[in-house]
Design a protein around this ligand. Structure first.
Ligand code: HAX
Length: 434
């Protein structure tokens, strides 16, 4: 057993009694009340899910295993000469809650490299798609096609003790995390560079290997490490994390669950917002010609978008109530590496004008930018200008968090998810209007 898996096993054994105690000694205690608004309003704020991988504070932003993002970027080991940490180190942290040493990350990289190989038929599944298919559809289907590789499914069919569910789930999850960049790169090359083969480099880590497979030079290795780490997790209730958890709660394997989480991420209110931001900015750019818009031009454009009944992509959030730290980290990156980039200037003007307009409009509970407002311009700057691909990058990152969660769900024996629904009649009776 690898060091990581062994450590994870120890952590699981230590954690199980905590859940058992909560259930047996405190199972009936009330921790929450639910309002009509929450029932109708997409369950906002109802504390009804459990995850130890990350926690989202509305004002502070996300913490991975208790660490803020600046701490994660500072404390995780980095490759020689690299400014951003190894993605494999984040996987270790999310799974175990411990910060790995360089040599521990080295072991994870070694293990991961051996899991990267894609079965031949996955390439054929991807090849079969017309070139005008959306890359998210291809990604979801490619993942789904690999379901036959599931070790959990095989062992379950043969009879598997509940206490050991986590073990083949870990194998499946680690296999899939390792393969996703290869799938993503093959889709990218098929659709945009028309390069038939993707050569992986076993001497390179997750981020650098991805950069090399899509043939973008330095510092894109650091950009992809930053990108995958920033997108990895956002506690349990966002659509992609929740969809993955929900599907896996039926004991569907990680291939079904990950394909489902990818489908959730593909909506414009969630992961597709990064594509929408770029599409929207390009619309203005084509109106402006070569000129960078003034604040007044930008205000006019924002008002026009709102008046036509659309949302401003990249702004607002269901939980956050201040600027997303994932936005701020990317902004700092832009200020250091691409301060004169034309599209970055657009994003910067948006940062100045949008919050006041949304506040004036008085609807959005959070007028501040989220990570999607900033992420696309960085990709664009480094030559990845096919913006309908951006959510694929998000998916590769998000899979790391979702899959870590699913391993722990299995380890702690969390049951099939089944909240209760009621009818409008019942709700009217409950509040006394019927
Ligand atoms: N532009 C215009 N109106 C907005 C808005 C925005 N950026 N954000 C919220 N609103 C509106 C809502 O549409 C809603 O209007 P109605 O009452 O007419 O339905 C009202 O303000 C209240 O919404 P809210 O409670 O503040 O926000 P929600 O929790 O319902 O939704 C969203 C959160 C992120 C979906 C929302 O802010 C939005 O649509 N933002 C733009 C799309 C976007 O950037 N999505 C990515 C979010 C981050 C993420 O998940 N990335 O994957």
């Amino acid at each position: 057993m690898s060091y990581l898996k062994n450590l994870l096993h120890e952590k699981i054994e230590a954690h199980r009694p905590r859940v058992k105690r909560l259930l047996t000694e405190h199972g009936e205690k009330i921790i929450n009340q639910v309002s009509v608004q929450q029932v109708i309003g997409g369950m906002r704020g109802i504390k009804s899910l459990i995850t130890d991988i990350s926690y989202l504070d509305p004002y502070e932003g996300i913490r991975y295993r208790g660490y803020t993002l600046p701490e994660v970027f500072e404390k995780l080991p980095k490759p020689p000469g690299g400014k951003m940490p190894y993605v494999e180190g984040l996987f270790y942290l999310l799974l175990t809650g411990d910060l790995p040493t360089e040599s521990q990350v080295g072991d994870v990289i070694y293990d991961s490299v051996n899991r990267r190989q894609l079965p031949r038929y996955v390439y054929e599944v991807i090849d079969a798609f017309p070139n005008n298919s959306h890359p998210m559809v291809i990604l979801s289907s490619a993942v789904m096609s690999m379901q036959r590789e599931s070790i959990f499914n095989l062992k379950y069919q043969r009879g598997l003790d509940k206490l050991n569910y986590w073990d083949p789930t870990y194998e499946d999850a680690f296999n899939l995390v390792s393969k996703l960049p290869v799938i993503g790169a093959y889709i990218y090359n098929k659709l945009y560079t028309k390069t038939k083969f993707v050569y992986q480099d076993p001497t390179l880590d997750f981020g650098a290997n991805f950069a090399s497979m899509i043939n973008i030079g330095k510092p894109y290795d650091d950009v992809s490490r930053m990108y995958f780490i920033l997108h990895a997790d956002h506690e349990g209730g966002n659509v992609s994390a929740h969809a993955g958890h929900l599907i896996a709660s039926t004991l569907s394997d990680v291939y079904y669950a990950t394909s489902g989480m990818i489908n959730g991420l593909a909506g414009p209110l969630h992961g597709l917002a990064n594509q929408e931001v770029l599409r929207w900015i390009q619309e203005l750019r084509s109106k402006m010609g070569d000129k960078v818009p003034s604040e007044d031009d930008m205000k006019k454009f924002v008002h026009e978008t709102l008046q036509s009944g659309q949302v401003i992509p990249g702004f607002g959030h269901a939980v956050l109530r201040k600027t997303d730290p994932r936005y701020s980290i990317q902004r700092e990156f832009c200020l250091e590496y691409m301060p004169d980039d034309e599209l970055f200037k657009y994003v910067d003007i948006l940062y100045k004008v949008v919050p006041d307009i949304l506040l004036e409009q008085g609807k959005a509970k959070n007028p501040w930018p989220n990570l999607d407002a900033q992420s696309g311009v960085i990709q664009w700057h480094y030559g990845l200008t096919d913006y309908d691909y951006y959510t694929v990058l998000f998916s590769i990152g998000r899979a790391i968090g979702v899959l870590s969660n699913i391993i722990w769900d299995r380890a702690l024996g969390y049951p099939i998810e089944r909240p209760k629904s009621i009818t409008t009649d019942m709700l009217e009776q409950m509040v006394g209007i019927k």
